[in-house]
Design a protein around this ligand. Sequence first.
Ligand SMILES: NC(=O)c1ccc[n+]([C@@H]2O[C@H](COP(=O)([O-])OP(=O)(O)OC[C@H]3O[C@@H](n4cnc5c(N)ncnc54)[C@H](O)[C@@H]3O)[C@@H](O)[C@H]2O)c1
Ligand SMILES: O=C(O)C(=O)C[C@]1(C(=O)O)C=C[C@@H](O)C=C1
Length: 366
Amino acid sequence: MSASTSELASRVRGPVHVIGAGLLGASVGLGLRERGVDVTLEDLSPTSVALAADYGAGRARAESDPEPALVVVATPPDVTADAIERALIRFPNSVVTDVASVKLAPFEELTRRGLDLTNYVGSHPMAGRERGGAIMARADLFVARPWIICRDHETPAEALALIEAVALDLGSTPLEMTPQEHDRAVSLVSHLPQVVSSLLAARLVPATDQAIGLAGQGLRDTTRIASSDPELWVQILGANRRPVIEVLEAFQSDVAAFADALRDPEQQGAKRRIADLLSAGNRGVARIPGKHGTSERFAKITVLVDDRPGELARLLTELGELGINMEDLRLEHSPGAQIGFAEIAVLPEVAERAVADLVERGWRTL
Ligand SMILES: NC(=O)c1ccc[n+]([C@@H]2O[C@H](COP(=O)([O-])OP(=O)(O)OC[C@H]3O[C@@H](n4cnc5c(N)ncnc54)[C@H](O)[C@@H]3O)[C@@H](O)[C@H]2O)c1
Ligand SMILES: O=C(O)C(=O)C[C@]1(C(=O)O)C=C[C@@H](O)C=C1
């Protein structure tokens, strides 16, 4: 659903070879292809390569292809060190990076194996989606997101500059961290949220249909990432377990303090302790930059869609007729309700006109 079809200038001179043509790999491919970079794809699964190629993320690598300027390893974390090792051996003149969500474990494993890591620079774009696969990939996945680059002191400046160029070409903000700093930071801002969201959503499993039917926006907001792939997260959390256990224990002690204060709210100071914990939440959430991630660039309009076959298709067709480019779409539907909510992201400058035109055509908006 990316807006642009015209070719943009690129900092990266290809070719770029992507190993692992899933969500991350295909998104890198899509973004670089939009800039005219020659992208080749490789995956354990030939179907994944074909699918990513069909979506426009690149082409399958041929034997006759020259050595790439850059190799991007976008495989699951548990095979990332192996894939990096193979890439370094197979392409001795290429710079190799990976996008795995943990940085210390692969780096330590490669160091332990005694490899020459001169051409390797680990990285991690802080962007993703709850579901994997090329089918979920998008060229603008990385826009306005940080792209962490983890180098050790021997990293040549040219290798670093190449990873920075990729990050910038894909619209993200490159920044440097050590693998330790990275893993500690993501334990708080990415791994703890995943665990909390999953455990919160797990509480819903035994709930009655009646209770679930009342679910509102608060529950939806706090459980989106509970739909993430358990297999990927078992790997991520396992590879970063020490920092994750630390933040989980701190969180656990906050939960215990909260429950204690609530147990006897008439006790002197209890209400204040509850308020203090809730206010700390206000201060914490205010610190989150660009709180809505990539969609911060877009305005959202919410359209009520009757629960009838073809209604959503009609809405999308009419948006096209009105010349409104849809940047993203989120559908919400309460079980039992005869109505759904289509949350549509559009460029801020067209949002007002979009609402007016839709209302004129009889749509109801929120
Ligand atoms: N999903 C996210 O939100 C997200 C965000 C940032 C970083 N990451 C990291 O990106 C990496 C890829 O995650 P994803 O979400 O794109 O997963 P994905 O499942 O969508 O894609 C992974 C692909 O790698 C392929 N693969 C597996 N082993 C391989 C091997 N040995 N050689 C070649 N291909 C192989 C799989 O067939 C699959 O197509 C992971 O390391 C993950 O930690 C994920
Ligand atoms: O937004 C999402 O759906 C994500 O899964 C993104 C997210 C994150 O926690 O920010 C998840 C794991 C990745 O390593 C990087 C990004």
